[in-house]
Ligand binder design. Structure first.
Ligand SMILES: [Zn+2]
Length: 304
């Protein structure tokens, strides 16, 4: 039987993550904390336990400077935000930008435990949205690929912003081998209650499915979201999430499957010490299983 595998995956976005939904001082202060403290701390944990994670980086973060306009790109005008770059301030990153952080991406790429840089598109566009033309989708991926290559890596993995899929042939043409989608937890009270119960009882999380699609790419679906957001979920102690993640890893060991933990670094910003301790415990457990030869810790691209 195959050995169990464990994957850590971050959607790394800074302000690109939610600028089209929320853009207030509280959000921006969390973004700044993510840049200054959260990501360096996460890297320290990964290095300490020798865990190679996959970082799906919004391509724009890898820029040193920009004009704030991006007229070279085919327009993308979803109804709720017809001018996609309206908040992008442009200029040169002064070390405090919420739109660019090339130095931080450099740190990720230089981590002694090799980390995978993956595509999260160039500007966090929704691939399922009718406003996203084929041409713009291709531009988003080509820019991401070129920027990733500046750090000496080949773009092999694409994580769909908001988990929404589309333009698969464009992905393939850009050289993507593996993409990740997430199962929607649904909306409404029933779904929120279901999620609350699942997390409060620390039910064993599902393993991921990895299926070859008709274009020859690997579609990786599922995984456990590690965060504290949500109307009711913030009431659940972080320790329950550690218990759940441990169950997920044990499940992967027993079945020879793949357990994937994913999150957004900004989710550490609201309760950083507790979240970081929990993440450290999860990585320590993974490292123990790995050192006993029972679990592999791999980035997403190694599934291909
Ligand atoms: Zn820009």
């Amino acid at each position: 039987m195959a050995r169990g595998r464990f994957i850590v995956c971050f959607d790394f976005e800074l302000a690109w993550g939610r600028f089209d939904k929320v853009f207030d001082e509280s959000y921006l202060s969390q973004v700044r904390l993510t840049r200054k403290e959260v990501v360096p701390s996460l890297l320290a944990v990964l290095e300490r336990h020798n865990v190679p994670a996959t970082w799906a980086v919004v391509g724009h973060l890898m820029l040193r400077e920009c004009n704030g306009v991006h007229s070279e790109l085919e327009p993308y005008r979803p109804e709720h935000c017809p001018d996609w770059f309206s908040r992008d301030e442009g200029g040169v990153d002064d070390g405090d930008s919420v739109w660019m952080c090339r130095d931080l991406v450099k740190q990720i790429a230089a981590c002694p435990t090799p980390q995978e840089l993956a595509s999260h598109s160039f500007s966090h566009v929704d691939f399922s949205h009718p406003a996203l033309s084929r041409k713009r989708a291709a531009q988003e991926l080509e820019l991401a690929r070129d920027l990733i290559s500046e750090f000496g890596q080949e773009m092999k993995t694409h994580i769909f912003p908001r988990g929404r899929t589309g333009h698969l042939d464009v992905l393939r043409d850009a050289g993507v081998r593996v993409y990740r989608t997430s199962r929607s937890p649904g909306t409404g009270f029933k779904s929120a209650l279901g999620q609350f119960v699942t997390e409060a009882l620390a039910r064993t999380p599902p393993l991921v499915t990895a299926a070859r699609d008709e274009l020859g790419m690997l579609n990786v679906e599922g995984g456990m979201l590690f965060n504290r957001r949500g109307r009711y979920r913030s009431a659940i102690p972080v320790s329950r999430r550690v218990v759940r993640a441990i169950k997920g890893m044990n499940h992967a060991v027993k079945s020879g499957g793949v357990f994937l933990l994913w999150n957004h670094p900004i989710d550490f910003a609201t309760s950083k010490p507790a979240m970081m301790t929990a993440f450290d415990e999860i990585c320590a457990y993974a490292a123990r299983l790995r050192d006993e030869g029972r679990l592999e810790t791999i980035p997403v691209r190694e599934l291909y």
